[in-house]
Design a protein around this ligand. Structure first.
Ligand code: AMP
Ligand code: ZN
Length: 114
């Protein structure tokens, strides 16, 4: 997508702090971290959120779920726990309309979330 900020990051047109990349996903540090570890897991294919899926994107979403756990474990947060969260729509806090999961760890988390 031409004017999507995450597509621009994926294309390398906007700098980011890369943690992992392959042909399907890019993992970067969040620019405004909300926890000691705050990463964004981005599918390279552009879609908005769970309401904008045709089925072709299912693989990336499953892969992100697994990869999020793998990275959290690598970073030492398997035992303490971590959040993998995703906002659908502005009313739920989505501010960038390219699907992404947040990986948050390194502090206590409350439930229900704010
Ligand atoms: P959401 O509010 O769930 O759509 O999450 C969007 C996230 O993207 C926020 O946590 C922002 O801090 C983060 N963000 C926005 N612009 C950038 C950027 N250029 N590089 C890294 N993270 C960003
Ligand atoms: Zn995009």
């Amino acid at each position: 997508m031409e004017n999507c900020i995450f597509c621009k990051i994926i294309r390398g047109e906007i700098p980011s702090k890369k943690v992992f990349e392959d042909d399907r996903i890019l993992v970067i540090e969040d620019i405004t971290p909300q926890a000691p570890l705050h990463l964004l897991l981005l599918p390279k294919r552009h879609f908005v959120n769970s309401l904008d899926m045709s089925g072709e994107e299912d693989g990336e979403v499953g892969y992100i779920f697994r990869k999020g756990g793998e990275i959290a474990k690598q970073k030492g947060f398997a035992e303490s726990g971590f959040r993998l969260v995703q906002n659908n729509g502005a009313g739920a806090g989505q501010s960038v309309f390219h699907a992404h999961f947040h990986l948050l760890a390194g502090r206590a988390f409350t439930w229900p979330p704010g």
